[in-house]
Design a protein around this ligand. Structure first.
Ligand code: PHE
Length: 381
């Protein structure tokens, strides 16, 4: 059957696609010369090729392609199983079938390669689109943090006083009874101690400072006999009945100036200048007589209400005035306790509340907001 073999191989080669069929493999003429065995094997090959093609279309993942390979093309696969029967054919019969079998095999191998390439590409595309960044998307707005209202008030205060030559001095929040009271002219049992409801610690003589005034003693003892101008900011603690205007923890900024020839006019000048810078030019100020054991004379300073301009409103409780601070000339005993000779030195001191200043400046009606961690408060500034 030489003619038959030639024509079969010619047809099959021309059709190098996977679309091998029995008709093209053997040709009409060829069929006449084929025995039953050959036809059977050729049919099996064609069936195998059809099955394999269909199955390959359905294999969409690397794993299913691997399964497909072991089912059809591996040594334990269906193609090998068919080729095992070639041994039953005669030496003349074998070449034709062998050729067709090889063509089926290489067609399937090529189809496999294409499939694998397509799957690899699809997997790559999937990764690309999952991990890609859309650079045309508008950016997410950054939610910037803000400084706490008290911090802002403190920084304003620092700027104003440092411009007037005051240095910032740090002093402890946990104090001794001696510094908080005794050295400020309040010996044990002194009735003026009632002005401060005090948190005592379990250690006798140790307490949370009720005001920043003990810092006056620390500063004086460090610098005496040099002249000083300091502000002492920090937290203070009082056993308060907490309400809209009282907290048990709050800030104070103490001021202290000690030198020769310091007068009450200096105190007024510094404080009026501060008020004008803090609340705006043209502030009205008034000084009322007051009492503190560590200053003599003592005053309290009010400014005209920042919110109503002095007409009267809920913030100023319809008085037109806001209480701003306590102040006075440093008591000679206190100067002495600080290491200065009161015959030679004089000084003034004041204590103001930045929390309260912030409340007034920003029209906030409840000091408790300051420590409840509700960030909406910061948007009101
Ligand atoms: N320490 C006083 C208080 O807490 C305020 C004050 C400070 C008054 C300095 C006079 C001088 O009330």
């Amino acid at each position: 059957m030489p003619g038959c073999g030639a024509c079969a191989s010619g047809d099959a080669t021309a059709d190098s696609q996977i679309s091998f069929s029995l008709a093209t493999a053997g040709g009409k003429k060829g069929l006449i010369h084929m025995n039953i065995m050959q036809q059977d094997i050729l049919q099996q090959l064609e069936q195998l090729q059809q099955d394999a093609q269909t199955a390959l279309i359905l294999a969409t993942t690397t794993e299913s392609v691997r399964d497909w390979y072991s089912e059809y093309l591996s040594r334990k696969g269906r193609l090998t199983a068919i080729l095992r029967n070639l041994g039953n054919l005669s030496a003349e019969e074998r070449p034709l079938i062998g050729k067709v079998a090889n063509e089926v095999k290489s067609a399937l191998e090529q189809a496999l390669q294409e499939r694998q390439a397509a799957i690899a590409q699809a997997e790559l595309d999937a990764i690309r689109s999952a991990e890609s960044v859309d650079i045309t998307l508008p950016g997410r707005p950054q939610n910037l943090g803000k400084l706490h209202i008290t911090t802002r008030a403190l920084r304003d205060i620092y700027a104003i006083f440092t411009a007037m030559g005051f240095q910032i001095y740090d002093s402890p929040e946990v104090e001794t009874d001696e510094y908080n009271f005794q050295l400020l002219n309040m010996p044990e049992g002194h009735p003026a101690r009632d002005m401060w409801d005090t948190f005592y610690t379990t250690t006798p003589g140790l307490l949370l400072r009720t005001h920043t005034s003990p810092g006056q003693i620390h500063a004086m003892r460090e610098y005496a006999p040099e002249p000083i101008r300091v502000i002492l900011p920090g937290k203070c603690y009082r056993y308060e009945a907490v309400d809209a205007s009282h907290e048990s923890m709050f800030y104070q900024v103490e001021g202290l100036a000690v030198g020769k020839h310091i007068t009450f006019s200096d105190l007024k000048g510094v404080l009026i200048n501060f008020a004008n810078q803090m609340y705006g030019e043209g502030r009205k100020a008034r000084f009322r007589k007051s009492y503190f054991p560590f200053t003599e004379p003592s005053v309290e300073m009010d400014i005209d209400c920042v919110l109503c301009g002095g007409k009267g409103c809920p913030v100023c409780k319809y008085t037109g005035w806001l209480e701003m601070l306590g102040a006075g000339m440093v008591n000679p005993h206190v100067l002495q306790n600080g290491g200065y000779d009161p015959a030679e030195f004089s000084g003034f001191a004041f204590g103001l509340g930045p929390d309260r200043i912030a409340l007034q400046k920003y029209g906030i009606d409840d000091i408790r907001y300051f420590f409840t961690n509700d960030a909406r408060l910061l948007d009101r500034v």
